[in-house]
Design a protein around this ligand. Structure first.
Ligand SMILES: Cc1ncc(COP(=O)(O)O)c(C=O)c1O
Length: 375
């Protein structure tokens, strides 16, 4: 029998050694590796979980009228874009959408087999291609972490099922030129999938969506996980090109991709709550600033990201880039009891950096400062 697919080690499981070092500190680990929220969601959303009555019957795969309405209202208030109800659909958190989309696109366009994604990125873009038996092609990013679309070979563009963009980007925090991506995709007939799950956390300028340039050939992907602290519920939605959204929502209905009814009810309540989102933004902004000052005190320079909840920090030292990232990760774990992620978990071009997710309360960041002797 020939060897089949073997799932690789999950990226964060590679941190077991550093995790043990950090956890050995009195007071335990301060885990800033995974971007998992620690703050409360809107209380009204949590209450809606037990009062909607939506647990009894099967929920609609595409999303209830109430959920899609809340998503449309949020898109209109946040970005000033009007999207018709038929052009919005639910997903079970966005990771599952990112991971499964290539297989649905491949079924529709069997003559294409390639997924394009940023070279320094959320690893699931590549994994989605692998799970669909497709090729993934990493699009290089420039010195400012901007996608360099001029580097995509036309032969790869001809085979592309889709191009992923992510703005604000994980892990770098960079804002991308969404109009340039749209123009590139439209010129080549390649759908552009814009992962905008950090849009609520935009620090430079106002939040942007790819939908501002019209729906043709683009799909925006949004998550309730980060801006609303509802990662445990698993709720997201996608909106955009009428033909693509119709196809995806139909095929996903056949596959039984259903967001639980009470989750849809709660997510709709959360999307209506602009006050919660702005309080959450302020928490992240303060933590990003606090951790920058802790790093500055140990003579490591980190800039404020343009968006998102991560610091993307050059690892100090003279070793080659990947060694530097891992050595700095180990040092922060050993000396500060804090776990961060080496940059090469997000692609080899990320080597030489570490990503720090500001997902712990201020008192835990203060504890790291004291352990490092700069508190
Ligand atoms: C860029 C990006 N996209 C998508 C996701 C998935 O989020 P969720 O599945 O919670 O919606 C994450 C989570 O970290 C992310 O960083």
């Amino acid at each position: 029998m020939t060897a089949g697919f073997q799932p690789p080690v999950y990226p964060y499981e590679r941190l077991a050694g550093a995790r043990a070092k950090a956890d050995a500190h009195e007071g335990g680990i301060v885990d800033l590796s995974v971007g998992t929220p620690c703050d409360p969601p809107p209380p009204s959303a949590v209450a809606a979980l037990s009062t909607s009555g939506a647990e009894r019957g099967y929920p609609m795969s595409v999303g209830s009228a109430r959920y899609r309405g809340a998503a449309r209202g949020w898109l209109a208030r946040r970005f000033g874009v009007e999207v018709a109800a038929d052009n919005v659909a639910a997903c079970i958190g966005t990771k599952e959408l990112v991971a499964t989309l290539p297989q649905w696109l491949r079924l529709r366009s069997p003559d294409r087999d390639t997924v394009l994604h940023p070279a320094v990125a959320y690893p699931t873009y590549e994994m989605g291609a692998i799970l669909a038996g497709c090729r993934s092609v990493a699009v290089p990013v420039d010195d400012h972490w901007q996608l360099d679309l001029s580097a995509v070979a036309e032969a790869d563009a001809d085979r592309a099922l889709a191009l992923w963009v992510n703005s604000p980007a994980n892990p770098t925090g960079a804002l991308q030129d969404l109009s340039a991506a749209t123009a590139w995709g439209r010129a080549r007939g390649v759908p552009v999938l814009s992962d905008e799950c950090y849009a609520e956390l935009t620090w430079e300028g106002r939040p942007r969506t790819i939908l501002e340039g019209g729906l043709e050939g683009v799909v925006a992907v949004h998550s309730l996980s980060k801006g609303f602290n509802l990662a445990g519920l698993r709720a997201g939605f996608y909106a955009g090109d009428p033909d693509l959204v119709r196809y995806l929502s139909e095929v996903r209905k056949h596959a039984g991709m259903l967001v639980a009814g009470p989750v849809q009810a709660a997510a709709a309540v959360a999307l209506d709550d602009d006050g919660h989102a702005s309080a959450q933004r302020e928490r992240y902004r303060q933590r990003l600033e606090r951790f920058r000052s802790i790093l500055a005190a140990v003579r490591v320079r980190a800039s404020m990201p343009a968006g998102g909840l991560y610091l993307w920090v050059p690892a100090p030292g003279d070793e080659e880039p990947a060694t530097r990232s891992w050595a700095f990760t180990e040092r922060l774990a050993a000396d500060g009891g804090v776990l961060v992620s080496p940059g090469d978990l997000y692609g080899s071009q990320g080597a030489g950096y570490v990503r720090i997710a500001l997902v712990q309360p201020m008192e835990r960041l203060d504890l790291v400062a004291r352990r490092l002797g700069v508190g």
